[in-house]
Design a protein around this ligand. Sequence first.
Ligand code: HSE
Length: 414
Amino acid sequence: MYQIAVMGHGVVGSGVVEVFYKNRESIQKKAGAEMDIKRILDLQEFPGCPYEDKFTKDFQEILNDPEITVVVETMGGLNPAYHYVKSCLLSGKSVTTSNKELVAAKGAELLKIARENNVNFLFEASVGGGIPIIRPISQCLAANDIETIEGILNGTTNFILTKMIREQMNFEDALALAQKLGYAEKDPTADVEGHDACRKICILASLAFGRHVYPEQVQTEGISGITLADVEYAENWGGVVKLIARAQKLENGKVLAWVGPAFVSRESQLSTVDDVFNAVLVRGDATGDVVFYGKGAGKLPTASAVVADVIDCVKHVQARKYLYWEDGSPDDVADPMAAEAELYVRAVSGQPHRALEEIKKAFSCVRMLSRSGAPRDELAFVTGRDQEGRLRGRLHEMSGWLEPQSVIRVLEDQ
Ligand code: HSE
């Protein structure tokens, strides 16, 4: 009998307990062993809960229980999750987590500890909720050199942008609706400012390229500055605005990674990913593009990924699974300003005719955009491709008479 502990009985943790007991028989068959949940750690009381007798507020009861071999961490946040997970791994217990903040910040260290202690540290649920993506990258696509990973990794912001695009709802109203429907957190900063997507692309890039990419190394911008004017200009250009997370292995071995709003062409598969759905496109040198699509959040989809990891831990108690990346260094990550890009710019100018002439001189292949009802002092254009730092430098040189209100990357068509 394998005994499991669940740390954190919030949305995902309670989902893990629910899925486990609902499907216990088939889960045990798949694991080839009998399993039970022995302890649930949470500081809150859950009177009347059918598993009331399993609750504890004391982490030591889990850590010091030799019967518990697999620990689920669904507390979220770095502290105390990091300390608890590290202690469990050091004491020879396998851990499975949905906590992307933890994996993005401490993945290399925790994987090393797991390896040294011959236990598993698995985190399928940390990216894309119920969408299988960690296992496919580490196992099914293992024969490929992965070139690029790009996608829509945050459901809340995708819901907000979909409302802005389809219903011309402004950002504030769309955010309020996302909160009302329970998609966005009460404090939605991590979603709307791109930090959540940044943590997820760090995990995928580390896994795909073999060295830890840390969140502070990834240039990250959210969608709080996107207006309905930008949405209209994107439509006129031939696409939509999406919050994109992207990581690419460059020829010099460095990783180019960024998170931010981007103009996505209607031809791209990512342009049709709407509402709370996520999609991840993985480009391998042998497979070409492979796309993973589904609900990237939610209690039961995320819990299903956690429980699948628990099954894997039980099946691999003797022979641990190979899931590993090395620690990274500042030199591993490229400066996006040195890479080629194309930018959409919306700006205002006191001298729009003069500005138009100067824009055409400054940017090769510039394409002017239009929208109905645009104020006379507004100009919008797409620059043509060049080094991003050079493009932004030219915009800066014009700052006396051209005031950019919005600068958004154009996602390159493949
Ligand atoms: N807040 C996240 C999202 C939840 O909206 O995608 C899943 O990580």
